[in-house]
Design a protein around this ligand. Structure first.
Ligand code: FAD
Length: 468
């Protein structure tokens, strides 16, 4: 067994671990051992389908020190007019570059890819018999909290008969042309990506069946664009969001008001969504999805056979010969079931969202607090974990928690100064572009500040109404 010694032993080299270590390098002189079962940094992006893209602008993703992308505005495709969205390969290349040129180049990081953390400072190689015992001077950092699950690596919860073709979206570009009917399984963003991919590559909408167990509220990407150029629309959307929280009579009503304001979208206006997973979409993509006529709602698949699908409620749906099933049923992050835990304890750090859904921004904030504050209670008070929402009601909870965290950060002079200069902060680009020099923008911001308290107040009332 080999021995290593480090200040922080980091489990995982996914996006949140990378963002944490990146900020720690600037804010401390600590050393790090990073362990990952994958052979490259970037976590689940290593297993992604080739046509995956960020659903939020690249400008808000990655690590604080290094821009992702060039700030380009797309001139074609369904994202036309909005800031670029990095592709899967681009994200993988980005994290590899950050690992090589920043983390390893610092001389303070030891990286053990293809290794697994087991317990009590023990790390084992996935290929050889090599084992390490790591002495941790400061903390074990858990970068696995979100337990991200993607179709190419997850375990399906339904049976597939031998002569049926059921694939992860990764294989779609290779074999789609061999089939004449397509069934998309799952109601999340991956399912929407697969549908949009098929439709934009000329599959007929009649050739698609979508098994969508729950309809989702979708964030309109037009309202999430950072920077001075988009400031009026984006800040205007924040004002409308707070106003909707103030005026609404119920959680459902908040979402209907957000839809009216253009902040939220849904595939079918006659269906009230029960899911919210922060999926962000453009109106161009939504237009494609709205063309799908065969949508099976409120049912989940139990088994696929040559005849078609048997559902968990025993309903059956015959499918044409030559049907391709596309499995999009992995749940991405743990949206339910796993409760948040304190981020900081004496010997451990559990990286979680402190500003949902921006998980890399959250990890960078946790790093700043870890490096600059001593008292565990104060650290936890500054980094209250925010549960990732699964439903409209949980959106209201997580949005309120975001607002409360933001308020605390604004009260802390050092943290506020650092956040104002942090590229992952959604407000950063507007300040950098000097958007506040326009008196109308400054007025808009002042108006938003005045809405925060009443919005939080009514949100608490609405949540009380929904308490079981
Ligand atoms: C398709 C898709 C699109 C997304 N788009 C966006 C977006 O646009 N914007 C956004 O903010 N978020 C987005 N997300 C959310 C996304 O989950 C996060 O952005 C982020 O990539 C999650 O990173 P992570 O580090 O938490 O997890 P992971 O990427 O899962 O990394 C965890 C790592 O830990 C390793 N690991 C686990 N256990 C061990 C162990 N015992 N020993 C060693 N290593 C271990 C794993 O191998 C893995 O590499 C998207 C998610 C998906 C699935």
């Amino acid at each position: 067994m080999q021995r290593l010694e480090t200040d922080y032993l980091v489990i995982g080299s996914g996006a949140i671990s990378m963002a944490f270590v990146d900020t720690m390098l600037d804010q401390s002189d600590a050393t790090f051992v990073i362990v990952d079962k994958h052979h490259m940094p970037g976590g689940h992006w290593n297993d992604a389908y080739s046509f995956v893209r960020l659903h939020q602008p690249s400008a808000l993703y990655g690590v604080a020190s290094t821009e992702l992308g060039s700030g380009r505005i797309d001139e074609s495709g369904p994202n036309k007019g909005y800031l670029e969205l990095a592709s899967g390969p681009e994200i993988s290349a980005y994290f590899e570059k950050v690992m090589t040129e920043r983390l390893l180049a610092s001389g303070r990081v030891t990286y053990l890819p293809m290794h697994e953390y087991t317990q009590a400072g023990k790390v084992r190689s996935l290929l050889g018999i090599e084992e390490y015992q790591v002495t941790i001077r400061k903390k074990l950092v858990d970068g696995t909290f979100f337990n991200t699950s993607v179709p190419s690596t997850h375990t399906r919860k339904y049976d597939v008969a031998q002569n049926v073709t059921c694939i992860a979206p990764n294989e779609l570009p290779k074999i789609a042309h061999q089939f004449s009917h397509y069934v998309i399984l799952g109601g999340g963003k991956t399912a929407m990506d697969a549908a949009v991919w098929l439709l934009t590559h000329n599959a007929s909408s009649d050739a698609l069946t979508w098994v969508c167990p729950r309809d989702s509220w979708l964030i309109n990407r037009a309202t999430t664009q950072p920077g001075g150029y988009f400031f009026k629309r984006t800040a205007g959307a924040v004002a409308k969001q707070f106003q909707a929280m103030i005026d609404a009579q119920s959680v459902e009503d908040v979402f209907l008001k957000l839809e009216e304001a253009g902040n939220m979208l849904r595939v079918d206006k006659s269906v009230m969504p029960t899911m919210f997973h922060y999926a962000t979409i453009s109106e161009g993509e939504l237009e494609h999805l709205s063309n799908i006529k065969h949508i099976i709602r409120n049912e989940r698949v139990a088994a696929l056979s040559e005849a078609g699908m048997t559902m968990t409620n025993n309903a059956t749906h015959a499918m044409p010969e030559n049907t391709l099933y596309i499995d999009c049923t992995a749940t991405a992050a743990v949206f339910t079931g796993q409760r948040t835990q304190p981020v900081f304890s004496e010997d451990r750090l559990i990286l979680q969202a402190t500003y949902a859904p921006l998980v890399t921004y959250s990890a960078a904030i946790i790093a700043f607090v870890e490096a600059n504050y001593d008292d565990i209670e104060q650290k936890n008070a500054l980094c209250m974990p925010v549960q990732l929402a699964d439903s409209p009601m949980e959106w209201l909870i997580s949005t309120s928690q975001n607002m409360m965290n933001q308020h605390k950060w604004n009260q802390d002079k050092d943290l506020r100064a650092w956040l104002n200069a942090c590229r992952l902060n959604p407000s950063y680009a507007a300040f950098k572009d000097n958007a506040m020099a326009d008196p109308a923008n400054a007025q808009l911001l002042k108006g938003i500040a005045e809405l925060i308290r009443p919005a939080l107040g009514n949100a608490q009332k609405l949540l009380q109404m929904h308490k079981p």
